[in-house]
Design a protein around this ligand. Structure first.
Ligand code: FES
Length: 264
């Protein structure tokens, strides 16, 4: 069962409840090219060591000419639908295949776990359909199912309930009842990052075939190297973006950390 959240054009999630994982992609070019198309160099008289590279970001891979269904574009007068876009969840290198992990993204509590039967990461709503216990507190059982820590219900990678230990074996097939299943979010791995589509409406089940996570050309350019890590910062993304665009603070706020000219 996937349909627990209906599509809605809503305001951004309440910031007071947000604890966003923020990704930092640190680019460096192995061999400087000429011309430096995506490289912004500050005037040498001010900063001789600090380079900021702005990756080329688009929503469509240039190598993939196939048309994509418009699912998140913003027409004039239309409100932005926060739940019709891909969001990065966590670098895969930070995940443990032997245990589920709870994360909050765009105000949603989700659980990420490795489904060894489908050989891929799964993103579920972090609430057991039984008594709403966090599934992230559970475990992966010996058959590779996600098991709730409270009463032991087990779920497959499709969200279907596969075991209710308290249900009599000769009783009605309660485990197949839709309300006994978990909501599953569409997800994918790209650039070593797990992404999820924050809507479990069945119409988005195959969203990856129509719309992909943002394409960053430099990440597929072998002349670039990059590092991926995440850090929880207790404020909204717009505050962070404003900070990243404000380079004049770097010699002072990061004094002694980043190599910059001495403050005047
Ligand atoms: S709350 Fe999950 S099995 Fe009961």
């Amino acid at each position: 069962m996937e349909a627990l959240r209906s599509v809605s054009t809503v305001a951004p999630p309440i910031r007071a409840h947000l604890s966003k994982p923020i990704f930092s992609l640190s680019f460096s070019q192995k061999k400087p090219k000429s011309p430096l198309t995506n490289l912004t160099e500050l005037p040498k008289s001010k900063f001789t060591k600090l380079h900021v590279i702005s990756p080329t970001i688009s929503t469509e891979p240039t190598s993939s000419p196939e048309p994509e269904e418009e699912t998140g574009s913003l027409d004039q007068g239309e409100r932005f639908d926060w739940f019709s876009h891909w969001y990065p969840v966590v670098p895969v290198c930070d995940l443990d295949k032997s245990a589920p992990r709870g994360i909050k993204v765009v105000g949603l509590d989700i659980v990420v776990w490795w489904d060894k039967n489908d050989n891929e990461w799964k993103v579920f709503d972090d609430r057991c359909p039984h008594r709403l216990a966090p599934l992230s507190e559970g475990r992966i059982d010996q058959w590779g199912r996600l098991q709730c820590v409270y009463h032991g219900w087990c779920f497959s990678g499709s969200g279907d309930s596969k075991l209710i230990p308290q249900a009599p074996l000769d009783g009605p097939p309660v485990h197949s009842f839709p309300k006994a299943c978990v909501a599953v979010y569409p997800s994918t791995v790209q650039y070593g990052i797990l992404w999820f589509w924050p809507n479990t409406d069945p119409k988005y089940r195959d969203i990856l075939t129509k719309k992909k996570p943002p394409y960053v050309a430099e990440l597929e350019d072998p002349s670039f190297s990059f590092q991926t890590f995440n850090r929880d910062i207790p404020y909204g993304y717009e505050f962070l973006i404003e900070n990243l665009m404000d380079l004049s603070h770097v010699p002072y706020a990061h004094h002694g950390i980043l190599k910059t000219p001495e403050p005047r």
